[in-house]
Design a binder for this molecule. Sequence first.
Ligand code: ADP
Length: 316
Amino acid sequence: LGPTVCVGEILVEIVATTVGNGFMEAQSLIGPFASGAPAIFISQCGRLGGSAAMIGAVGADDFGRVNLERLKGDGVDISAISVDPDYPTGSAFVRYREDGSRDFVYNIATSAAARFGWSEDVSNLIGRAGHLHVMGSALSVPSACGVIDKAVDIVKARGGTLSVDPNIRKELKLDEATERRFARLVAKADLLLPSGEELERAAGVEGEANAIRRLFEIGVKEIVLKRGADGATYYSREGESIDAPAFVVREVDPTGAGDCFGGAYLTCRRLGMSPTDALTYAAAAGARNVTVVGPMEGAGTREQLDAFIAATERRS
Ligand code: ADP
């Protein structure tokens, strides 16, 4: 089957080197790091040796080149990433607070990341895609919605599969049309990768067991619930569940854990691994990524993840 294709925002991230509140005083920063949740996901797929491709846009600037070179270096097909001559590459400035929460300054809405549409290159890629991965956050970008709707229909009609990471905070209110689009997308997911409260948000009901039941009723085929340092749990339609304990690491930068976890899980499944083995690589990919500063700097190759698994303790 054809490549795993991920659609959505491509950004650079610039990170404050000190912990504290916001950006009101002059301070030292490091970056740019290639970023954007969909880009982190597909980078992990490519690094693991899965056939991977990305749809999105960057500006004609160094921030765009940082992303293109990084993705290409990870083995990702970048033919359907457009280079916008008029708008800059999206960016996010991030500073961590003492309590682990983060302050952001974003430039996404007025960047190339929010302006890509359907094109001949996108059409060529979607025409051969075997799997599509969509993040709920991409639905807040109007131009991405059109691409996603069309891509989902084409890939599913050809017998391809869809994974969805809700990636939407519980408090975030979507307008009615976006909420309906999100619900339609979730119902079509072969694999759903929620983290924490997103499970209930995606199901529209309270309680973990109720949410799982509801999601299988509306059509989802497989769910992997991510719980940060508490690990993850796999649920099948047939009622099977498998716990995936987290590896014990020192967390330096939590950004990208869920995306590396998801990219590794999906790639391993597409390469024919059992859910149990795929969960081990996924947990390793998520854990390894939080030990390194930068959103996707810790994404691992198969060899790196094998070495990490051999050397790292797992919670019981
Ligand atoms: P998201 O980033 O989508 O919220 P999580 O934070 O739940 O996702 O992380 C996804 C997975 O990455 C977890 O299920 C776990 O396996 C791994 N992970 C994340 N944070 C840690 C951590 N501090 N220690 C060990 N593993 C982690």
